[in-house]
Design a protein around this ligand. Structure first.
Ligand SMILES: Cc1cc2nc3c(=O)[nH]c(=O)nc-3n(C[C@H](O)[C@H](O)[C@H](O)COP(=O)(O)OP(=O)(O)OC[C@H]3O[C@@H](n4cnc5c(N)ncnc54)[C@H](O)[C@@H]3O)c2cc1C
Length: 224
């Protein structure tokens, strides 16, 4: 547990400037939208949507959206790239957004699959490159998910990721469950991972650490 907690602290310290940059950029983008609304006489509209919701509104919203998830295991759905942040010389964080009233719909530990139209059309049919990735966001997060991706110089999909600009979309399907983690299902869990193999381990480690009633001891050995 100590080893896993130390690993998370180190990763957080590394990703903190990148994540802060993401948060700041969100803030900067929202401001002009509100200002424009006020100037064009939409002040009341802006006030309504920027005011904290009442308890009754939250209850109503909660009833409508409880259990609503953004992912569909049978359908390719488009998710918009909100922002990116560099984490190391070859690794980037990609934040995708969706309806903030919903959750992604991912259980620990699961991955998603992504596809991108890469390459020539053959016989009038589009060719896609398909690759799995493991979101590192808390499954309870509303409205966004983060992918931590190593960009390979010749990698088809990772180069596609690297070429994406905020506002571009990515097609995603899922989730695909790898292992259903339940609190205290094991007394100790040992994890060994290399490179980006860390991402599914992060899902489990975060799930253990965020639950005060989970007494699992998690050990992580990372190979670079
Ligand atoms: C369940 C699962 C979860 C995953 N989660 C993540 C994640 O969270 N983050 C992440 O970054 N990755 C993750 N991956 C890996 C990811 O799916 C891709 O494999 C990875 O991004 C590389 O894909 P690519 O298309 O960019 O590279 P590819 O085009 O597949 O190439 C990969 C590497 O091999 C080299 N290569 C390709 N073809 C050849 C060849 N013929 N000869 C020699 N070398 C070659 C390329 O130059 C490149 O360096 C996950 C994989 C799995 C199975």
């Amino acid at each position: 547990m100590v080893a896993a907690a130390a690993l998370l602290r180190r990763l957080s310290a590394r990703a903190a400037p990148a994540l802060n940059a993401l948060r700041e950029s969100n803030h900067i983008r929202r401001f002009p939208i509100g200002t424009a609304g006020a100037i064009s006489g939409g002040a009341a509209f802006y006030y309504f949507y920027s005011s904290p919701p009442t308890v009754a509104q939250l209850d109503a919203q909660g009833e409508q959206t409880a259990g609503v998830v953004a992912l569909d295991p049978d359908k390719w759905l488009e998710f918009k790239l909100q922002d990116t942040a560099r984490v190391s010389h070859n690794t980037q964080l990609f934040r995708f957004s969706f309806d903030p009233a919903t959750k992604l719909g991912l259980d620990v530990a699961s991955c998603i699959i992504t596809r991108a139209p890469i390459g020539e059309e053959t016989e009038g049919r589009r060719k896609f490159v398909i690759r799995p990735y493991t979101p590192i966001t808390d499954p309870e997060s509303n409205g966004y998910f983060d992918l931590l991706i190593k960009v390979y110089p010749e990698g088809k999909m990772s180069q596609h990721f690297a070429s994406l600009k905020p506002g571009d979309v990515l097609e995603v399907k899922g989730p695909i469950e790898k292992l259903r983690y339940t609190p205290n299902m094991k007394k100790k869990i040992g994890m060994v991972a290399g490179g980006t193999g860390i991402t599914p381990m992060l899902q489990v480690i975060k799930a253990v650490l965020k639950n005060p009633d989970d007494y699992t001891q998690a050990y992580f050995l990372g190979l670079c």
